[in-house]
Design a protein around this ligand. Structure first.
Ligand SMILES: [Zn+2]
Length: 115
């Protein structure tokens, strides 16, 4: 069964919080943060100047949750499995598309250096 938006939001926010607390030792209590008491502007202020791709991924996942595209593969538009979203709530691609992208051939100059 699909999780409610509120539950997913909490999951994403808790990942964001853990990252901010571990890497940037933010001074903000966990519960209001994870519970979503924080406004979008406050959240953006906390994330500002931290050019961490993982923070950005989670921030974008929140946006997708708001605009209704969360859990939909960006490439083929099919639904991403709940297992994958549980593992990584910021997942943007379904497993099929991710596999395809992993197997995109490297440009030839990439190999020539190691031959
Ligand atoms: Zn896909």
């Amino acid at each position: 069964m699909a999780k409610s938006k509120r539950v997913v939001r909490r999951l994403i926010l808790s990942k964001l919080y853990d990252l901010l607390a571990d890497q940037y030792s933010i001074m903000y209590p966990r519960e209001p943060f994870v519970g979503g008491d924080l406004s979008v502007h406050e959240l953006d202020a906390l994330l500002a100047f931290r050019s961490d791709p993982r923070l950005e991924e989670l921030r974008q996942a929140l946006d997708r949750l708001e605009n209704g595209t969360y859990g939909i593969c960006l490439s083929c538009k099919s639904a991403i499995s709940h297992d994958e979203l549980d593992t990584d709530p910021a997942q943007r691609l379904c497993s099929t598309c991710e596999q395809k992208l992993m197997h995109v051939p490297m440009p030839s100059y990439y190999h020539s250096a190691t031959l």
